[in-house]
Write a protein that binds this ligand. Sequence first.
Ligand code: 6R9
Length: 652
Amino acid sequence: MSEAAKSVYPPSADFVARAHVDAEGYARRYAASIADPEAFWGAEGQRIDWIRPYTRVKNTSFQPGNVSIRWFEDGTLNVSANCIDRHMLTRAEQTAIIWEPDDPKTPARHITYRELLEQTCRLANVLKAHGVQKGDRVVLYMPMIPEAAYAMLACTRIGAIHSVVFGGFSPDALANRINDCDAKLVITADWAPRGGRKTGLKDNTDKALLHCSDHVKVLVVKRTGDQTSWVEGRDFDLTAEMAAAKPYCPYVEVGAEDPMFILYTSGSTGKPKGVVHTTGGYLVYASMTQQLTFDYHDGDVFWCTADVGWVTGHSYIVYGPLANGATTLMFEGVPTYPDAGRFWEVCAKHKVNQFYTAPTAIRSLMGLGTEWVEKHDLSSLKVLGSVGEPINPEAWAWYNTHVGKGKLPIVDTFWQTETGGHMLTPLPGAIPTKPGSATKPFFGVKPVVLDAASGKVQEEVETEGVLCFADSWPGQMRTLWGDHQRFEEAYFSQYKGYYFTGDGCRRDADGYYWITGRVDDVINVSGHRMGTAEVESALVAHEAVAEAAVVGYPHDIKGQGIYAYVTLMKGVEPSEELRKELEAWVRQEIGPIAKPDLIQWAPGLPKTRSGKIMRRILRKIAENDFGSLGDTSTLADPSVVDDLIANRMNRG
Ligand code: 6R9
């Protein structure tokens, strides 16, 4: 273990003095949340406004065949009213969203709660004019612009269900999502500027819609105003329609358990899963975690660098901060444009107080020198956050020393698309941190470590195994869109009575949790979750490919890189051109984030006699750790392994 990982970093006395939660408060409230979840969440649910108050708090079951998760079920509310209207009396002129554009020469925008209300209402009225009704699905394929937040809030205002698709996804991936949730309408922009380049979101949408129902309409934000193609009767200029729409739209009453949004995420099988979050529990949980994990106080400026296309953007750019009446910063660009100081320049410019990013971003900046950080005034920062993957000791040390100046708490937040909000995380005034550990459970969260093979609960404090949760929390996903059975199979069938995260973990003698990474066929590339099966099915869809197996391997910057073993069709010869073609093919099928880093031509793949690919062996070879392949006696043809080793692509 490295020196850093052995150390413990308690918060400063000053920090503790003004923190929402201190060590005693954490211990007391955590115990209460576990002893009596009804009472705990019954009180906590009051942090948001209800139209009809709930009388029933928790009604949940993890029992296989009958998994059912309901929170605050007889209450009604409106998310948009909670994120906007209820702040009008006290903070109408306060900035709700600071928008920092891709190009630093373009002025930033400060959108007040009053403007947020008006723009959201205008957009909601446009949706209504196009026939969108409560329960309808609307897909958002957007740059990081305020209209993305208006659109999310406009959907929730009228009770429509949004599904945001990350702007880096390909037309095919977009089409699959539009079709899976049967969306009525897509909201997009003409172009998405990012890092000085621009992506044609509207062009991609046009391509996607070739595979969708003719009834799908498109609302287009004019982000750059550059030319795009236009289909009369299908495409509508959202910017113009918003300008012409009425500035107020009443919000509708929505049931706590009505679906709020769908977010597609990767699993261990090929088809992305449509994770469904509902209204009341999600909002309570996003609001509470944003306030306590980051120790957010009124007037602070909060910056989460994620994209709204991921769950982190949903909970910690839009819903959590706005429910709390916060000022949230939305950044259109990338950390290295126009130079490697951009993050810190933005922190200084907008006096950011809480900064929340991913280890992959830190690693990419680390290599570029500390002068980029040193030249900006970071004195406004109070809390630093990390999310998406385990943070390695080197990245932690760099973040701590150069960004935090050795003084700021770093909250390493473990959670998932499925969990809606933080699950394991330090509360910065309460829990001393250890670099690389997500530390302790959030209120109401009951982690258990199970033996992976037997499923036995590991009772001892110091242990290792797979991470599960023993009981529900309000932010938990409720189902998979249109496939409750798959929901039960994916999360509740491996270990009966528990929610299975798919992650391995270790618990140390102090009861701190250390995530050791996915134990399923999901890999984590630059903090983006990817199913190896998705990349495999893209590869085998190419006419030259007979078979493909994809695994992750350690990558200095991305955390994990994508390593593909490809068996070509008989008669097809491997070549550099073909390698390039396959890379481009996967980019086109899924998106740039899925492009394999390494492709190895494999005359054969190691298989068991029953024809199962032995991924364990492929992982070892990809990790350049082939000395310990373990038992290969069950292989149908052990000689293929020698060939794979001899021609391995990673020799680092
Ligand atoms: C929020 C988000 C979830 C997977 C999760 C785990 C990994 C996330 C982590 C972490 C270690 C952390 N993960 N946060 N691993 N430490 N602090 O990232 O959601 O995209 O669904 O990914 O990411 O493997 O299972 P999502």
